[in-house]
Design a protein around this ligand. Sequence first.
Ligand SMILES: NC(=O)c1ccc[n+]([C@@H]2O[C@H](COP(=O)([O-])OP(=O)(O)OC[C@H]3O[C@@H](n4cnc5c(N)ncnc54)[C@H](OP(=O)(O)O)[C@@H]3O)[C@@H](O)[C@H]2O)c1
Length: 307
Amino acid sequence: MNVFITGAAGYIGGSVAARLLKEGYKVRGLVRTAEQAERVRALGIEPVVGTLEDSDILSHETRLADAVINAASSDHRASVEAMLDALAGSGKPFLHTSGSSVIGDDARGEWKSDKVFAEDTPFDVAPEKAARASLDKLIIDAAQRNVRSVILCNTMIYGTGLGASPNSVQIPPLVAQAQKSGVARYVGKGFNVWSNVHIKDVVELYLLALKKAPAGSFYFVENGEASYADIVASIAKRLKLGAPQPWPVEEAIKEWGFGHAVYSFGSNSRVTATKARKELGWQPTHTSVFDWIENDMQLDAPVVNPR
Ligand SMILES: NC(=O)c1ccc[n+]([C@@H]2O[C@H](COP(=O)([O-])OP(=O)(O)OC[C@H]3O[C@@H](n4cnc5c(N)ncnc54)[C@H](OP(=O)(O)O)[C@@H]3O)[C@@H](O)[C@H]2O)c1
């Protein structure tokens, strides 16, 4: 089977591509630069140099493929429209990478929410997340156009990437901030809780979804949860720093920008992935983000500021 994947040099896309190659799939992957092209080629991915703005490239590659996996962005609407238009009527799979900050609240680290969302739990979408929620709906509705569209709504993914990029988008920036300043910090009081999941379990779910998820389906992806205060305490322990400190959200916004400070690091995002376990037979095995931080996390991999 030939799969076209966007974000092939990234953390999720690169990891999913590596798993697909191991399974015997042929993978063509969108990358932005010649340097990224060389890196992914060395891993066995056939690079396609372009961007999410290049709708002609996306349409062409989508038509060539038996399945498409979108892992470059949870929010880039025009590229999704181009790929869905090219898939319409084909019945082929389109897996999209969304993120559970779409149900995030405005806790700013001050409280733990008691709400745990399943896929069918109704929720009010924050204005900043309206575009993502609307894009997710467009993708689910593509089932009516005979596309086997599937959304994997990931929580906080941890673990070392399996492809060209080792670092995820939440824990590594917290580590980098602590290394830079010598103080491990969480937003507000750090009481807010996020669900989380190891990258090796994530890629198994992408594979299962590619094989058998029904058209128009949406799955949360988690296998545990932790408060930011506990995660940052674990980071401080690993870095041998003093006790973690609260960080006013205004200071965090200066470092990471509003979206990341308030949603990625300051909100609650608690979900359950019972549906993926029941419907697809997903059996995640990694249960402790703390174990990974304290024993396995690489400290020398370059971190891109999430801004
Ligand atoms: N990691 C998580 O825990 C997590 C959880 C939920 C949702 N998400 C979302 O899933 C998406 C992928 O996450 P990730 O962790 O894999 O991020 P990542 O490591 O930054 O990977 C994204 C890849 O896509 C590429 N890309 C981004 N915009 C592009 C564009 N306009 N044209 C071409 N390529 C583009 C990036 O290229 P460059 O390197 O050149 O920028 C990068 O190689 C993001 O939207 C993220 O917010 C991530």
